[in-house]
Design a protein around this ligand. Structure first.
Ligand SMILES: Cc1ncc(COP(=O)(O)O)c(C=O)c1O
Length: 411
């Protein structure tokens, strides 16, 4: 199953431009993917033809806008095999994680309780919980990593053994190491020790590049973001078990999330609207629906197979380069398309600047995962991340830029 990368690239207007006189080689989709034409068209159509606010109007334009917004929810629900009543549209994955922290963790955990996180979390799926633990006095425990960047599940078993872990927050696919975590196994371990334990997964890097079934994962919450899956910026989602959402209080209030208000009492709208305050992201929902249909037409299985192949090729080529260390699992089957690496004697920022001159976009820095950087013993890494429009012809410019950086900067 291989993708026709040259044809797919034509769907992405930005990929036809040059960078410093070179072909643009975009290797930063783990930060944000590019946008295909159907997504641009869907957003443009809303602004040009159906622009109005949702839910409140009785005229045709408002109904069209409402259909576009709700269409984003249904399309997403189908993609990730979730009940649309359990799909809360948010601004991004960070907001989805904060919703969980404010509406569940802060209302349920206290002194004597523990929350389990891991050593490879993005700040978005860590800081809201660390912040809550400072305010509420519950303990935070961390699943350590094995030498090849996998979760140490034996250590996890010990960490939950006293039954005090009531919440688990874990990333599905690491944005730094690329590791694909068996989140259902971790959920099983936590629930074997405490059957009421709630499990929240940060699926931001998983949904763009592999088939995900929220139902089959058997977890309680799942956060994702639109701009890494060919959709627009400004839209993401929290998937949740509807019964759990029903039992929760809202995080933000005002607007369509309200059913009735008097000075004595405010009642909430039904789920998922109860968690969507104010005018929502209408054009973005239309764009997200188009992105979902774009990905489904290509097929998430085909995207995953393509990325796994390509990741294998990139991993072995990087491993063969003198002075380059790749972080995370060596086996492409155990990882997604993010490849973090460091080069002996060259600062990652210098690598990034040299690659830019070669037309290659990579991300450099701590990737919003400072605790992980500390455990890797580095301040920063360079990260090349692959997606459906990358091909083997992107490898040579990457290797050329790294070699040039090494020649220029390394002493
Ligand atoms: C693993 C992971 N979680 C969460 C986020 C946050 O996503 P957003 O900035 O869209 O909220 C990112 C973004 O880089 C990520 O890679």
């Amino acid at each position: 199953m291989t993708l026709d990368v040259q044809t797919l690239r034509k769907d992405f207007p930005v990929l036809s431009r040059e960078l410093h006189g070179k072909r643009l080689v975009y290797l930063d989709s783990a930060a944000s993917s590019q946008t295909p034409q159907p997504v641009l068209d869907a957003m443009d159509r809303y602004y040009r033809w159906s622009r109005s606010n949702v839910h409140r109007g009785v005229y045709a334009l408002a109904e069209e806008a409402t259909d576009l917004y709700e269409g984003g929810r249904t399309a997403l629900a189908e993609l990730v095999d979730a009940d649309p009543r359990g799909v809360v549209l948010t601004k991004n994955a960070t907001e989805a994680c904060n919703l969980v922290a404010y509406s569940w963790v802060r209302r349920n955990l206290g002194p004597g309780d523990a929350l389990l996180t891991t050593g490879m979390e993005h700040h978005a799926n860590l800081v809201p919980f660390l912040h809550a633990s400072k305010d509420l006095g519950f303990e935070v425990r961390q699943v350590p990593l094995t030498d090849d960047g996998q979760l140490d599940l034996d250590a996890a078993r010990e960490l939950v053994a006293d039954g005090r872990v009531r919440f688990v927050g874990v990333v599905h696919v690491s944005n730094v190491l690329g590791t694909i975590n068996d989140v259902s196994a971790l959920a099983g371990i936590a629930r074997a020790a405490n059957d009421t334990c709630v499990v929240h997964v940060d699926g931001t890097q998983a949904v763009p590049q592999m088939p995900v079934s929220f139902r089959d994962l058997g977890v309680d919450f799942y956060a994702l973001t639109g701009h890494k899956m060919c959709g627009p910026t400004g839209i993401g989602a929290l998937l949740a078990r509807p019964e759990l959402l029903e039992s929760m209080e809202p995080f933000l209030t005002g607007g369509e999330m309200i059913r009735d208000v008097s000075f004595e009492q405010v009642t909430w709208n039904e789920i998922p609207h109860k968690f969507e305050a104010g005018t929502p992201m209408i054009a973005e929902a239309a764009g997200l629906a188009a992105a979902v249909s774009y990905l489904r037409d290509i097929g998430l299985d085909a995207i995953r197979a393509h990325e796994q192949d390509l990741t294998g090729t990139f991993l072995s080529a990087l491993a063969d380069l003198d002075g380059v260390a790749v972080h995370g699992p060596a086996d492409a089957a155990a990882r997604g398309g993010a490849i973090s690496f460091t080069v002996d004697g060259v600062h990652p920022h210098d690598i990034g600047a040299m690659l830019d001159q070669h037309g290659v976009c990579v991300r450099v820095g701590h990737h919003c995962a400072k605790p992980l950087m500390r455990s890797l013993g580095v301040n920063a890494t360079a990260r090349a991340s692959l997606y459906l429009y990358n091909g083997e012809d992107d490898l040579e410019p990457l290797l050329g830029g790294i070699t040039a950086a090494r020649k220029f900067f390394a002493r």
